[in-house]
Structures are given as structure tokens and as C-alpha cells.
Ligand binder design. Structure first.
Ligand code: HEC
Length: 168
């Protein structure tokens, strides 16, 4: 390789670097343009969420219409505060088992008892209430409610009942 080759290489290489730098600057300008034209607060859901967040804490209501408005507001507030229950509160034990518990109990992962009678001979004598209690609060490596804290106690009971029905 001669010194001339090196010079040619360096020249082309610097050209590539310069082209990349120009490309980067163009991209930055385009991004700025998008940022300006799209705006950030045009999303109606976002605007609504913000105005709900900055609403005054208390309202002043007077007379009969005022009472009705206050009742309606209180109702909406308590509905909003109601805890979210998994699967719309369904008590379908088989469905809950499939969606939540099967992840471990179908495969026996981490020593989870599978839906075969042999895995339950030592556990059944504890009684259903104790088994349900363990499923709700967790036992050993099993997390409380199988890791779905949004399940209600009744939903866990329904899925335990489903499991026991399979092994008895
Ligand atoms: C992350 C894995 C996992 C998930 C998900 C899971 N379990 Fe378990 N479960 C286990 C393991 C492991 C054990 C055995 C624990 C032990 O005996 O130490 C167990 C044990 C149990 C037992 C027997 C408890 C006892 O006292 O012997 C019941 C009942 C049970 N699970 C119900 C459920 C139900 C109902 C669900 C779904 C809502 C569920 N499990 C989801 C891992 C899991």
C-alpha cells in the first residue's frame, strides 16, 4: 500500500464522516419540526385526564339541584374507587384455574401439586378451608393468590374447589 492509497482512503473516509454528520443534523431538524407541529396536548383523552386531575377538591352545591349533583358526584367517586376485580369478578373456577393457577399446577413447577390424586393425598386432610386459606395467603413458594392479588377471596375459593373436584 502506498502513501497515495492512504491519502485516498482518508479522503473518502472523511467524506463518509461528513455525510453522516450532515444526516444526523438533518434528522435532528426533522425531529424538532415534528415536535413543534404535532403538539403535546392535543390528545383529547390526555386533556380530559388533566382537567379531571386539576379539578377543585370540593364543590359548592345549593338547593335541590345542588343535592342531586352532589349525590351524582359522590356516586361517580365511589364507583371510581372500587377495586378492580380480575375477570370481572367471575366465579368460574375452571376459567380462573386455566388463566392463573395452571401456569404452575399443570406442570408441577416448583413442586406445585398437579391435578392428580397422588399429589393431594397429604394435602386433602387439611380440609378445604385450610387449603383455600393457603391459596389466598400463599404457602411455601406459592405466592398469595397465585400472584394475582386482584383475584377476590371468593374467586380463589372457586378455583380451589375446581382443583379439588378434579382430584377427589
Ligand atoms: C407460581 C406458581 C403457582 C401459581 C401461579 C399457583 N400456585 Fe398453588 N401452589 C404452588 C406451589 C409451589 C404449591 C406447593 C406449596 C407448598 O406446599 O409448599 C402450591 C400449593 C397450592 C395448594 C395446596 C395448599 C396446601 O395447603 O397444601 C392449593 C390449594 C393451591 N396451590 C391453589 C392454587 C390456586 C387456586 C391458584 C390460582 C389462583 C394457584 N394455586 C396458583 C404454586 C403455584
Amino acid at each position: 500500500m502506498s502513501a497515495n492509497d492512504d491519502r485516498i482512503f482518508l479522503k473518502r473516509f472523511s467524506l463518509v464522516i461528513v455525510a453522516l454528520a450532515i444526516f444526523a443534523i438533518v434528522m435532528i431538524l426533522v425531529a424538532f419540526q415534528f415536535h413543534k407541529t404535532l403538539g403535546q396536548h392535543d390528545n383529547p383523552a390526555r386533556v380530559e385526564a388533566i382537567s379531571a386531575r386539576i379539578q377543585p377538591v370540593a364543590g359548592v352545591y345549593a338547593g335541590e339541584t345542588g343535592r342531586a349533583a352532589a349525590m351524582a358526584a359522590a356516586e361517580t367517586a365511589s364507583a371510581g374507587a372500587a377495586p378492580q376485580v380480575a375477570f370481572d369478578g367471575s366465579l368460574d373456577g375452571a376459567m380462573i384455574y386455566d388463566r392463573v393457577c395452571a401456569a404452575c399446577h399443570d406442570s408441577g413447577a416448583a413442586g406445585a401439586p398437579m391435578l392428580v390424586a397422588a399429589d393431594w393425598t397429604d394435602r386433602l386432610p387439611k380440609g378445604e378451608d385450610t387449603l383455600v386459606d393457603h391459596a389466598i395467603n400463599g404457602i411455601g413458594v406459592m405466592p398469595a393468590k397465585g400472584g394475582r392479588s386482584d383475584l377476590s377471596d371468593e374467586q380463589v375459593r372457586a378455583s380451589v374447589e375446581y382443583m379439588l373436584a378434579q382430584v377427589q
